[in-house]
Design a binder for this molecule. Structure first.
Ligand code: FES
Length: 272
């Protein structure tokens, strides 16, 4: 794991209360893989004291193709993210990672379907590039794992839809749903997915009720489904046990730490 003080190269608004921050950190950008996350902490303050986890959104390459920066996208939801939103380019943040495990292997299907709710689209941009073979990550050579990637993305309203153009530019087909019908189809993203008919494998990230609904769809369709959990974390490195998820094992139910055993789990093995 790398621990660095990294310069903010860019900090831009993507949607309502939603920002993308780009951090200069070549070693981390070279090592991290889609599905993994980093912890960010504001330097020179004890309020808030702890860092917070953020999924890898993308890495940035220089003209020679060398990874030089990592990007995360976040929604302002409390004190830490509120303070983070005030940080400007040229300032620094403490960052450590890569943390957690990459997405589980989906094999080489013709199509992979990603299902996101809220701010749950953030782990999927780098993953789209990896799946379509437009970029290798963590030393992996870039090679296609699938022919097509479809993103189903549900938000409360149009103002919160963040990064849609990034996904389309990366080659994903995007279907949108919103609670109020202000963008895409009105209703839950899992309803939109179901209305388009059986697909798989499925990969989900978002609020737990959405992931539970997705797990039920996957079970009904009998297709593989993994979910990336957005569990609150204190340490991010397996020490504090603040992030446990209940899973089924051959010996009965057990608890796994999302930060080191996840954040991606087979949806059929989770106890919802
Ligand atoms: Fe501390 Fe997972 S966040 S054990």
């Amino acid at each position: 794991m790398l621990y660095r003080t990294a310069r903010v190269l860019e900090h831009v608004s993507l949607a309502d209360r939603t920002f993308r921050v780009r951090l200069e950190c070549p070693e981390l950008a070279a090592a991290i893989r889609p599905g993994q996350f980093v912890m960010l902490r504001l330097p020179n303050t004890t309020d808030p004291l702890l860092g917070r986890p953020f999924a890898l959104y993308d890495t940035v390459l220089d003209a020679s193709g060398t990874p030089v920066a990592v990007e995360v996208v976040y929604l302002v939801v409390g004190k830490m993210t509120g303070r983070l939103a005030e940080v400007t380019a040229g300032e620094s943040l403490q960052v450590w990672g890569p943390l957690g495990k990459p997405f589980l292997d989906v094999g080489t299907p013709d199509r992979v379907t990603l299902v996101a709710g809220g701010i749950g689209q953030t782990p999927f941009l780098a993953y789209t590039r990896e799946l379509l073979g437009t970029r290798g990550f963590g030393g992996d050579p870039a090679r296609p794992r699938t022919k097509s990637v479809t993103l189903y993305y549900g938000v409360r309203s149009a103002a919160l839809a963040a990064g849609v153009d990034d996904f389309r530019a990366a080659g994903a087909a995007v279907h949108l749903a919103s609670d109020d019908g202000s963008i895409g189809t009105k209703g839950f993203v899992t309803q939109l997915l179901e209305s388009h008919g059986k697909v798989g494998p499925l990969v989900g990230c978002g609020p737990e009720p959405m992931l539970h609904a997705l797990a039920k769809v996957a079970a009904k369709w009998d297709v593989p489904c993994q979910v990336s959990l957005e569990t609150p974390m204190a340490c991010g490195v397996g020490i504090c046990f603040s992030c446990v998820a209940k899973v089924k094992t051959p010996d009965g139910d057990d608890y796994k730490r999302v930060c080191i055993d996840g954040p991606c789990f087979d949806a059929a093995k989770l106890v919802w």
